[in-house]
Write a protein that binds this ligand. Structure first.
Ligand SMILES: Cc1cc2nc3c(=O)[nH]c(=O)nc-3n(C[C@H](O)[C@H](O)[C@H](O)COP(=O)(O)OP(=O)(O)OC[C@H]3O[C@@H](n4cnc5c(N)ncnc54)[C@H](O)[C@@H]3O)c2cc1C
Length: 474
């Protein structure tokens, strides 16, 4: 990644500030504000300002060369839905790629938390207030439209190039200029050197393992003991049944909970697909430990896992075609001592993988990227020392928040998966209190205070506001 300075934009901002001061002075002094020269000058500067706004692309933020290496051959069809939380939507909107995601996403009105065995409602939360309160909607969509919109937005930037079917095979140096070996599927490996290397290589991150080894830290990925089935039902498969049609026609997320398991479901793709995701104890991966995180699963095992759930859910799960059940292993790891070494930074699941029960993994990865973009664009120069300090500002802005959410989601999962006993009785009492609009929601995803903490945080604004102070302290 190569960076240029922001001096041109800064000087224009300064000149426009001067012009504004002049205008205020003339108004207060009751001068002839509308003399011809002054009018022309305003017009000239307004034109310049419009030009700057139009050219507010990656280059104007200081990025002139960004290469993305992806080991997969393309972005592929990712067969699952995703919750597009307001904190994610706010960033995507600013980066100019929200409109494409929004087109076929479903705007959520409500959420319902239900007893899986009976379908009786334990708690109900209105989500319409979210757009009014946080200025962005809470939507649900298809992963391929999110990935596609991000990709298309990157392709519009001259500074960004993609190299598919090319893996980062190992970091050679972390500083002063990082370098790694890129291994294309076809062709010879080559060494790539850059100003900054960002590793967004997921929960199995090679770069994380190497970084921790260099730092002499032992922080292995740990097993959450949970796995998830992910299913997508088409509208045609559901519409014969009025109960199921009602589900896909809603703007509602439903979570059906039971001991050690739950199912969460919502419509995506303009309500043409019903997305179902589960969480249950991991038996299949545990029985056959390997590096694999996803596997084709057996439909009968899935039905057995939810055999005590209500008839409507049985009916829904039975619609899944044999051979189309996919199971994902859910992995986490202990907080890392650092996300940064030299001019190399980790991002997303590579440094804070999280269980999905708060639907924040991708949202937090996008927050990381947005903050990284801000801090790198604010660097006063591009010396290795400045780059390292700026990356440490990124870590200061992001690590505590991301790790707090990882802990919160684990606690929420424990509350959702309680078996019979005093703790479950207390949880259900809290759900009952909700009907009188009292107290916290045990499903933290739906709790207003948690939503405030997650959705009310404008990470880019915070980064802009605090960069200078944090940078100066390092
Ligand atoms: C069941 C489930 C439901 C979820 N639901 C939600 C939700 O509703 N909302 C939400 O925000 N999050 C959700 N998440 C979390 C979300 O999917 C992840 O947090 C997110 O995908 C992390 O993004 P990432 O880019 O960090 O990693 P990944 O998505 O894992 O991407 C890593 C990329 O790096 C590539 N790669 C790996 N190694 C290399 C290498 N050596 N060289 C080059 N490329 C490499 C991989 O091919 C991959 O494309 C869910 C997760 C699960 C499991």
């Amino acid at each position: 990644m190569e960076l240029k300075t922001r001096s041109r934009q800064r000087s224009l901002e300064f000149d426009i500030g001067e012009l504004w001061d002049d205008l205020k002075r003339r108004l207060t002094a009751k001068d002839d504000v509308f003399d011809e020269d002054f009018d022309e000058e305003i017009h000239r500067w307004a034109q310049k300002w419009i030009e700057i706004s139009k050219s507010d692309d990656e280059a104007s933020k200081g990025f002139t060369h960004i290469d993305v290496y992806e080991s997969a051959s393309n972005l592929g069809f990712v067969g699952a839905g995703i919750q597009l939380a307001p904190n994610m939507a706010r960033i995507l909107d600013r980066l100019g790629c929200w409109a494409d995601v929004e087109k076929e996403a479903v705007d959520l009105k409500e959420t319902s938390i239900r007893q899986g065995s009976t379908d009786s409602e334990l708690g109900h939360v209105d989500l319409l207030y979210i757009r009014k309160t946080y200025g962005c909607p809470h939507m649900v969509g298809h992963r391929s439209s999110l990935a596609g919109a991000l990709y298309e937005a990157c392709r519009r930037e001259k500074a960004i190039s993609f190299f598919f079917s090319t893996s980062a095979a190992g970091v050679n140096t972390f500083s002063p200029r990082p370098s790694f070996t890129a291994r294309p599927r076809k062709g010879e490996p080559c060494v790539i050197e850059a100003d900054v290397l960002v590793a967004a290589d997921g929960v199995k991150s090679n770069v994380r393992a190497q970084m921790l080894q260099e730092l002499g830290v032992d922080a292995e990925v740990s097993d959450s003991g949970q796995a998830a089935y992910r299913i997508m039902l088409r509208r045609e498969e559901m519409e014969h049944d009025p109960e199921l049609l009602h589900l896909i026609d809603s703007e509602r997320v439903i979570r059906w909970i039971g001991e050690k398991r739950h199912i969460i479901a919502y419509p995506v793709s303009s309500k043409n697909i019903y997305n179902i995701s589960t969480a249950q104890p991991d038996t299949n991966f545990a029985a056959a430990p390997s590096a694999t995180y996803t596997t084709k699963a057996s439909k009968s095992d899935m039905l057995a896992t939810f055999s005590d759930y209500c008839p409507m859910i049985q009916c829904m799960l039975n619609l899944v075609p044999e051979g189309e059940v996919c199971e994902w292993k859910l992995r986490v790891h202990n907080p890392l001592p650092t996300w940064v070494h030299g001019a190399v930074a980790l991002l997303g699941d590579a440094c804070h993988p999280t269980l999905p029960h708060l639907a924040q993994g991708a949202a937090q990865a996008i927050e990381d990227a947005a903050v990284l973009g801000v801090v790198l664009s604010r660097m006063p120069d591009r010396s290795p020392d400045t780059i390292n300090k700026s990356l440490r500002v990124y870590e200061l802005l992001r690590k505590e928040r991301a790790e707090k959410l990882v802990d919160l989601v684990a606690a929420s999962g424990r509350a959702l998966h309680l078996g019979e006993g005093a703790a479950k009785a207390e949880r259900d009492r809290q759900f009952a209190a909700l009907k009188e609009k009292k107290g916290a929601v045990p499903d933290k995803w739906a709790d207003a205070d948690v939503q405030k903490m997650i959705y009310g945080h404008d990470c880019m604004q915070v980064a802009q506001d605090s960069f200078d102070e944090l940078f100066a302290k390092l």
